[in-house]
Design a protein around this ligand. Sequence first.
Ligand code: ARG
Length: 458
Amino acid sequence: EEKPLWGGRFEESITDAVERFTESVSFDKQLYKHDIMGSRAHATMLAHQGLITANDSYQILSGLDEIERRIDAGEFIWRKDREDVHMNIEAELTNMIGEPAKKLHTARSRNDQVTTDLRLWCREAIDKIHARVRHLQVALVKLAVKNEGLIVPGYTHLQRAQPVLLQHHLLSYVEQLDHDIGRLINCKDRMNFCPLGSCALAGTGLPIDRFMTSNYLGFTAPMRNSIDAVSDRDFVLEFISLNSIIAIHLSSLSEEWVLWGSKEFGFSTPNDSVSTGSNIMPQKKNPDPMELEKSSRVIGSLMTLLVLCKGLPLAYNRDLQEDKEPLFDSVKTILDILEVSAEFAQNFTFNHAKIEKALPSGHLDAAILGDYLVKKGLMTPIDRDQTLPGLDEIERRIDTGEFIWRKDTEDVRVNIEAELTNMIGKPANKLDTARSRNDQVLTDLRLWCREAIDKIHA
Ligand code: ARG
């Protein structure tokens, strides 16, 4: 029986059940490349600082190369009694090269090691997701170009609202994905700091060079606070929150395409390559692949990690080992979702004739007609000079609690507008020119959030 690397003071080995309960190598072995990368940086730095000899470092680096080769080739034997990816690699290295391997753990703990590995892994995962989002955007733009000029009904509340160009509709998804890309880039920049040197939590008294390992691994800088470095998994939380947002964007897109493919809409005919059939109803061609809501897994992973981190005291806690499976599953699932979504876009055909035939129903031109009439009575400077003081007065009344909010006028906007009409009459009606409650409420919300963020920040 081999003693674990930490087994110095232990006389008995752990029970089988405890071993099964605590091991993580069965899933964290996918961090091996990043673990080896981190060890290379660390060994190189230790030698540079004179903490190990050049020969030790040479043997460690060659040993790590050989281990990586074996893992790549599937020859490496992962052992659960060696607990996790870090100890599997280190124990094997010790088997291979002996004494020098034991010095690799100088000024390092698994606590800073694991979060370094994770940051390296996430950084790469973000690049992969980024590339797939771009690929999907290209597929959507191509679909828009292929159907250039096609006019479709636009919906609000799933009721026909106004005619829009299909391009306009599809490009709204491209835009949403652009928000996602921006968030991914920010998230990667924020996580790109190096925990190495934090050791268990308090750093080390040895003369290490944290900037050297940080540079070697392509991080922006070493992390400032060692306790923060080994404790916080906010970078994982942020990352899988973004995945959840991407997932819900795409769940809307695919559900819409499921609707469009129904007989009731008839906008498209599902393509064989992205549909499945039914065993009992031979006439069926189902949009199952688009329907399959894998977004639930991505959201579920986020919930798991939030619950895991909630209330954890500083610094490293073993609970944190449970961050990996939700992270890995979130990334795998979002990559799959992005890949198939691009294939849906590449295999989507619109029934132009059917859409054009259905277009006249639903009074889609009502708003345009409204615009025409409005143009005849647009707001004049005189109207404006009544409207602005009217709004000032309403604001004053609300501030002082004199304003009477009425539920029968539904929401804040109608309350204010109805009151304005009471006060100044006709000009108030013109305030709604070229505006809907749909753009209004979102403008209000963005202004509100902007202020709220400033307050929270402060
Ligand atoms: N397998 C552990 C994890 O994933 C590594 C760190 C363990 N550290 C410890 N002191 N037990 O978090």
